[in-house]
Design a protein around this ligand. Structure first.
Ligand code: F6R
Length: 243
């Protein structure tokens, strides 16, 4: 695992956007796995600026979702599908066929999860997966004690994660769904390159356990230690509890 400490979130976003741009220059149809939440926004901003400046051609680029809420009405602005379209697909000018994600409104959720795992394989696998990290060490929505071999499946959010995400739902925890579909830890570990960005002091403890603690299902992000090509980019605040 490579750990890169940057001065701030903007510098982290710029660094990761450059490695994504380099990937798309090398492999124009590379599949980029995108996370949602606040942390990756500087990555998407920096990437959008590169595309606007003509520094990278994204005409064949593809993106895929990491996770999705279950049970939000179709078209809800906080569904991760809508979020990824708004924050990544539209700003980069990607076509509708460039984007895959799980169906959070399917009647048979497990069938939708299985279909998504098959779609990822059919797409040739994820070339670079962007990850954020929860304050409890989750990646995707693999909450503490998730199976290290897990595949895409339905999960129940912890109270802490629902509290953390209430800011996207008018600060009303009642509106935050209880269930999500998430790529499993086993699924995530199949991406060719994992890039986790963590910023802010609130992530410092989770980062320290991820990087310096034992590999353990109580800290799902610690499984990045098992991956042959994992990069953890942290700002100084998020790095503050590293030894
Ligand atoms: C969401 C996801 C989550 C977030 C994590 C941190 O797609 O994968 O694991 O990355 O909850 O969220 P923020 O960045 O909002 O602190």
């Amino acid at each position: 695992m490579e750990v890169v400490i940057v001065p701030d979130a903007k510098a982290g976003g710029e660094l990761i956007a450059e490695s994504i741009a380099a990937l798309w220059r090398r492999k124009p149809d590379a599949l980029l796995g995108v996370a949602t939440g606040s942390t990756p926004l500087p990555i998407y901003d920096a990437l959008t600026a590169k595309v606007a400046a003509g520094a990278v051609d994204v005409s064949r680029a593809r993106v895929c979702q990491l996770d999705e809420y279950v049970g939000l009405p179709s078209g809800h602005p906080e569904s991760y599908r809508a979020t990824v379209i708004r924050q990544v697909v539209e700003p980069l000018g990607l076509g509708p066929d460039s984007f895959i994600g799980p169906d959070g409104s399917a009647a048979d959720v497990q069938a939708a999860c299985d279909a998504y795992d098959r779609a990822l394989v059919a797409a040739g696998g994820v070339d670079l997966q962007i990850l954020g990290i929860g304050t409890d060490g989750h990646i995707g929505f693999n909450e503490p004690c998730s199976s290290l071999a897990s595949r895409t499946r339905i999960k129940t959010l912890t109270e802490q994660t629902r509290v953390d995400n209430a800011r996207f739902f008018e600060d009303d925890i009642e509106q935050v769904p209880h269930h999500v579909i998430t790529q499993g830890i086993g699924t995530i570990l199949e991406a060719r390159h994992l890039v986790l960005l963590a910023t802010g002091e609130g992530k410092a403890e989770a980062v320290a356990q991820t990087v310096e603690g034992p590999v353990a299902s109580v800290v799902p992000a610690s499984t990045l230690q098992l991956h042959p090509h994992a990069t953890v980019v942290v700002d100084e605040a998020a790095a503050s509890k590293l030894k």
